[in-house]
Design a protein around this ligand. Structure first.
Ligand SMILES: [Zn+2]
Length: 159
């Protein structure tokens, strides 16, 4: 949804220069990851390991993936912004997934290098805040953030 907002706003302000708008969507989308990932780490339920036997984890993730699917379908014309906002994940988690194909020679990719760079400034600013990605009550801030972002998307784009 951050990517949707970025694409909408960039094209709203500078859509008359499409090539520049595309570059700015990519840059701002990329940078937005450095804001939302640290916020997720500090304020949301974001455990890194899947818990398939936990009904709460499973239900929450099914709900979130369903919600995400609806957002993607509903705002599909903002695919560039959505894609730009997950470039960081595509690099780091993509490299991790592709490492098992030895012919790609990705053995050197031992850390989420792009995350380490783009998330660093805000994580540094938030270092006094102790996050708890295992706390289930942290779904509340995440849902609030999602509702606010969705309200902004609907409000900006349709009103
Ligand atoms: Zn990420």
């Amino acid at each position: 949804m951050a990517g949707i907002l970025i694409q909408f706003l960039v094209f709203y302000w500078i859509g008359t220069i499409p090539w520049l708008a595309v570059i700015l969507v990519l840059v701002f989308g990329f940078l937005s990851h450095g804001i939302l990932d640290p916020i997720a780490a500090k304020f949301t339920y974001h455990r890194p390991d899947p818990k398939w036997d936990d009904k709460f984890w499973l239900g929450y993730h099914i709900g979130m993936y369903t919600f995400t699917l609806f957002i993607v379908m509903f705002f599909i014309q903002y695919w560039l912004g959505m894609l730009a906002s997950i470039i960081v994940d595509l690099f780091d988690w993509g490299a991790r997934a592709l490492k098992r194909f030895k012919f790609l020679h990705l053995d050197w990719y031992t850390e989420p290098y792009v995350h380490n760079i783009v998330n660093k400034p805000l994580l540094y600013c938030l270092k006094g805040i102790k996050g708890d990605v295992y706390s289930k009550s942290r779904v509340i801030p995440e849902i609030i953030i999602d509702v606010v972002l969705l309200a902004c998307c609907v409000f900006f784009i349709y009103f």
